[in-house]
Design a protein around this ligand. Structure first.
Ligand code: P53
Length: 478
C-alpha cells in the first residue's frame, strides 16, 4: 500500500458517468433522438459511423447503455457502499426537450432526474451535473446546424434555465459543456459533432467553422453561468476542459515554443470561460488566416459577466509536439503536430499514461485561470476478465493510485484548490470514442458485451474495495 496525503475536509470523492453512456432507454418517457443515438458501434481503429436517423438493424450502443435508466437505484446503492460523497452525471437534453425547440419541457423527463437526484440525496451523495455531455438533440443539428446558429444558443439557455429552476435545491455543482475544447481537433468529425453539433461539407473551412460555433457555445456557457447565479446565488457553475498537456519533444527552443503554441491553442476555451475575454494572439491568428468570426459587443459583455466559478477537467493522458520546418508559423494542428512521447507507456488503446502530467496540468491551469479545480474524469480503459466472479484489475488500481498521488501532491505541496475527484467511470459504460463495452473503465463490472448481450449483472472489481479504502482514509491509503 502506498501512503498518500489526507485531502482537506469536505473533499468530494466520487465517480463519474454521462447520461448517454449509461441510461439507455433511448425512447422511454418521451425522450427525443440525440446525436449519440445515431452513432453506430465502432472499435479501436474503426470510427463510429454517424447516421442521419437511426436505421433498421445497425448497432447503436447508446440505445441501451447499461440500462441505468432502470437500474440507477441499485447502482447508486453500490456507489454509496464505496463511500461516494458525490456522483457526476449529465442530464440528457432530449429527455427534457426531445427536439430541443419545444415551447414546454417534457415533464416525464424532468421527473426522472427528480428521482435520480433524490436517490443520491438519500445516501448523502452530492450530484455533480453536466448540462451537455455529447448528447444534443439531433433535430438542432439537422434543422439549425448546431452551434453555428444563435437559435441553438437560445435553446440551450432554455434547457439550462429549466434545469437550474427545477433542481437547484439538490444540485449545487454544475458544468455547462463537456470537454468543450475537444473541437480543437477539428479535422475529426466526432468532436465537432459532439461539442458543437457541427456537420460540415467539404466546401467549408472546418477550422473557421469550429471557431465560430465554439464562440457561440462559449457565449451560451457564459450566459448559463449568469442565469444560474440569478436563479440561485449558491449554485457553482464550472467549465469542463479536457486537460491533455502538450510537451515539447526536446529542449530545442523551437520545440519549446511549438509546445507553448499548442497549449494556448488547445486551452483558449478555458481562457474565455475563466477570464471572460479572448486572448490577443487568437485575434491575430484569425486575421492572418482570413477568418471572420462574428463577435458582437453583446457577446463580449456576456463573456465578461459569465466567468465560471470553477474549472472541472478530465485528465487521461499527455501529448508531445515538435517544431517542423514546413510549419514556420508554429500553427498547431492536432492531427499533424502531435508526435509520440518515447518516455511514457501506453494503454491497449494507445493512450499515453503519464501521472505527472496531472500535477503539471493542475499547476498550469491554476497559474493561468486562478479558479478552484475539480477532477471530474480520470481513468483507465482496459480489457477486464472475469474469473470465478472476480475481476483482478490491478492495472486500473495502479493507474488510479499513481494519478491520485500526483493530484494529492498538487493539493498538499503546491497549494492547489481542488474541490473533488470523480474517476471515470463509477461503473462500466459505453465508450464515447469507440462505442465499445469492452473498453472498460468502471470500478464496478457490468456483464454485457459490445452487442448489448449479457445478464447486465453488476460485479465488484478489486478496484471497488481499493477505492473504498482510499475514500475512507480521505486519500491517505493508496
Ligand atoms: P472513451 C477524447 C479524448 C479524451 C477524452 O473516453 C474523451 C475523448 C472523447 O472520446 O472523452 C472523455 O470512452 C469523455 C467521456 C469518455 C471518456 O473521456 O472514448 O468526457 O464521455 O467516455 C473516455 O475511451
Amino acid at each position: 500500500m502506498t501512503k498518500g496525503y489526507q485531502m482537506p475536509a469536505g473533499f468530494l470523492w466520487g465517480g463519474a458517468v454521462a447520461a448517454h453512456q449509461v441510461e439507455g432507454a433511448w425512447q422511454a418517457g418521451g425522450k427525443g433522438v440525440s446525436i449519440a443515438d445515431v452513432m453506430r458501434a465502432g472499435a479501436k481503429d474503426v470510427t463510429r459511423q454517424v447516421d442521419a436517423q437511426p436505421t433498421g438493424d445497425a448497432v447503436y450502443p447508446n440505445h441501451w447503455g447499461i440500462d441505468f435508466f432502470h437500474t440507477y437505484r441499485d447502482d447508486i446503492k453500490l456507489f454509496a457502499e464505496m463511500g461516494f460523497k458525490c456522483f457526476r452525471t449529465s442530464i440528457a437534453w432530449t429527455r427534457i426537450f426531445p427536439n430541443g425547440d419545444e415551447a414546454l419541457p417534457n415533464e416525464e423527463g424532468l421527473k426522472f432526474y427528480d428521482d435520480l437526484f433524490a436517490a443520491c440525496q438519500q445516501y448523502g451523495i452530492e450530484p455533480i451535473v453536466t448540462l451537455s455531455h455529447f448528447e444534443m438533440p439531433l433535430h438542432l443539428v439537422t434543422a439549425d446546424g448546431g452551434f453555428r446558429s444563435r437559435k441553438v444558443v437560445a435553446a440551450f439557455l432554455k434547457f439550462a434555465q429549466v434545469c437550474f429552476e427545477r433542481y437547484h435545491d439538490t444540485v449545487k455543482y454544475w458544468m455547462t459543456f463537456n470537454e468543450i475544447n475537444n473541437q480543437a481537433m477539428w479535422r475529426d468529425p466526432h468532436p465537432l459533432l459532439q461539442n458543437s453539433g457541427l456537420q460540415l461539407d467539404d466546401s467549408e473551412n472546418s477550422e473557421e467553422a469550429m471557431f465560430q460555433a465554439a464562440h457561440l457555445e462559449l457565449v451560451a456557457s457564459a450566459k448559463a453561468v449568469s442565469l444560474a447565479h440569478l436563479i440561485d446565488p449558491t449554485l457553482q457553475v464550472g467549465a469542463m476542459i479536457a486537460m491533455t498537456p502538450i510537451y515539447p519533444l526536446s529542449a530545442k527552443p523551437k520545440d519549446v515554443l511549438m509546445a507553448e503554441r499548442a497549449m494556448r491553442y488547445r486551452y483558449y476555451y478555458g481562457d474565455v470561460q475563466a477570464l471572460g475575454t479572448y486572448p490577443a494572439w487568437l485575434k491575430r491568428y484569425w486575421a492572418r488566416k482570413g477568418y471572420a468570426i462574428e463577435i458582437t459587443a453583446a457577446d463580449a459583455t456576456a463573456l465578461k459577466n459569465g466567468t465560471v466559478d470553477y474549472v472541472g477537467f478530465s485528465y487521461y493522458n499527455s501529448l508531445a509536439t515538435e517544431y517542423s520546418a514546413d510549419n514556420p508559423d508554429y500553427d498547431y494542428d492536432e492531427a499533424r503536430s502531435v508526435v509520440p512521447n518515447p518516455y511514457v507507456p501506453r494503454s491497449d488503446w494507445g493512450w499515453q499514461i503519464d501521472p505527472v502530467g496531472l500535477r503539471y496540468g493542475m499547476n498550469w491551469m491554476t497559474a493561468r485561470w486562478h479558479k478552484p479545480l475539480f477532477v471530474v474524469e480520470n481513468g483507465y480503459g482496459a480489457y477486464d476478465t472475469v474469473v470465478d466472479g472476480q475481476i483482478h484489475d490491478d492495472y486500473r488500481i495502479a493507474y488510479l493510485r499513481d494519478h491520485i498521488l500526483e493530484m494529492e501532491k498538487a493539493v498538499v505541496e503546491d497549494g492547489i484548490e481542488l474541490l473533488g475527484y470523480t474517476p471515470w467511470s463509477a461503473i462500466d459504460i459505453i465508450s464515447a470514442s469507440t462505442g465499445e463495452m469492452k473498453k472498460r473503465y468502471g470500478l464496478i463490472y457490468v456483464d454485457q458485451d459490445d452487442q448489448g448481450r449479457g445478464s447486465g449483472k453488476r460485479l465488484k472489481k478489486d478496484s471497488f474495495a481499493w477505492y473504498q479504502r482510499v475514500i475512507a482514509s480521505n486519500g491517505e491509503q493508496l
